[in-house]
Ligand binder design. Structure first.
Ligand SMILES: *Cc1c(COP(=O)(O)O)cnc(C)c1O
Length: 357
């Protein structure tokens, strides 16, 4: 660190380590099953005739198409640079640095805590129960102490849906004191209904969505925050003036056309079928135990000799994600569902690894 950087940086920022995204950790290999991306690369058209102009802050076609898709009103819809920007905006808008806190339920998605830390906002951890359901009694004990409660359903990296009854209890308990943010990044793979339909009933409900997973557009960086109008208006005060580049808006509009939506519905069906097959194959192995109630496009496993297994896979160009540093996830690895060939190569490689031992 140079003297000037050392002098200017706060202790909080000095203590940070950046999010270890799958892409930062490994960029080689050919079978990328470590970031819950879709294996399908769909085609889009670009019109470059308006690139000399600043884009609209909230591109109207994207907003209205997503609102239709999610059964909400355009006034309840905010487009962001990925759902990750939605997470950060919520924290920046509703939490004061060095004063307020958010609540999270680990093991869960890492960006809630990282975004809070970059804003010098506190993080209250209420671990899930061993079956990865919420510890509602313990969460509710923090009423009045936090401004945002993050619930991820289906949860990343465990894959399970969070029971609707539990989310209702949390929404009711925090009705007067905190926004409850339900992160539905994987909702398309789940058979549970979306919370977006409950906005009228719960003024403190916020739903996060993304085009990165089921819509197969992780490279686009486009996500959505769905909430009551008052919440969206507050976020619009804080968001950057031009958060959505024109090419992103064009591609997102195409992805959200009727044609785009029916295409991803087919792909979701295929991925869910592939996941069932993958689970069956994993269940054949005595050295691996899979968390089988996954409602997302990935499977969490607990594996014997997981470090050696990871290295053996990397040598063959197959990347999966180590989740063992999270609370309650000793020896756990997360596998994203890829295409047929990738899934087969992975299962073959895991099977061979244990046979050779
Ligand atoms: C992938 C993911 C996100 C981030 O989505 P982007 O739109 O790519 O920023 C948010 N939440 C969860 C739970 C995720 O897994």
């Amino acid at each position: 660190m140079s003297a000037i950087v050392d002098k200017l940086l706060s202790d909080e920022i000095k203590a940070l380590t950046p999010y270890q995204s799958a892409r930062r950790l490994y960029s080689g290999g050919q079978d990328w099953l470590n970031a819950n991306e879709s294996p399908f690369a769909n085609e889009y058209q670009l019109d470059d005739s308006k690139l000399n102009r600043y884009p609209s802050c909230q591109p109207t076609t994207v907003v209205s198409r997503y609102a239709d898709y999610a059964s909400v009103r355009p006034e309840q819809t905010l487009v962001t640079r990925g759902a990750d920007e939605g997470i950060e905006l919520l924290i920046r808008t509703f939490c004061q640095p060095a004063k307020d806190s958010i609540l999270i339920c680990p093991p869960t998605y890492g960006m809630y805590a990282i975004s809070a830390q970059t804003c010098n906002v506190g993080v209250v951890n209420v671990p899930t129960r061993p079956d990865f359901s919420l510890n509602v009694d313990e969460i509710i004990r923090h009423v009045g102490q936090v401004n945002l409660v993050f619930i991820c359903s289906p949860n990343n990296p465990t894959g399970n849906d969070i029971d609707a009854k539990q989310i209702e209890l949390v929404l009711d308990a925090f009705a007067d004191s905190a926004l409850v943010v339900v992160d539905e990044a994987y909702i398309e793979f789940s058979s549970q209904g979306s919370w977006s339909k409950k906005l009228a009933k719960y003024p403190n409900l916020v739903v996060l969505r993304t085009l990165s997973k089921a819509f197969a557009l992780a490279g686009l960086r486009c996500g959505f925050t769905l909430a009551n109008e008052a919440v969206i208006e507050a976020l619009l005060k804080v968001i950057a003036p031009y958060p959505i580049p024109e090419p992103v808006a064009q591609i997102a509009s195409q992805a959200l056309s009727n044609e785009g939506i029916s295409r991803i519905r087919e792909q979701i069906t295929q991925l869910n079928e592939a996941k069932t097959k993958m689970l069956e194959a994993l269940n054949q192995l005595e050295t691996v135990s899979a968390f089988s109630n996954t409602a997302a496009n990935f499977i969490l496993i607990r594996a014997q000799q997981k470090d050696q297994l990871m290295s053996a896979l990397v040598e063959q160009g197959i990347l999966i994600r180590d989740q063992s540093r999270q609370q309650q996830l000793d020896d756990c690895l997360r596998i994203s569902i890829g295409n047929t060939d990738q899934n087969r190569r992975l299962i073959d490689a895991i099977t061979r690894f244990y046979q050779d031992k």
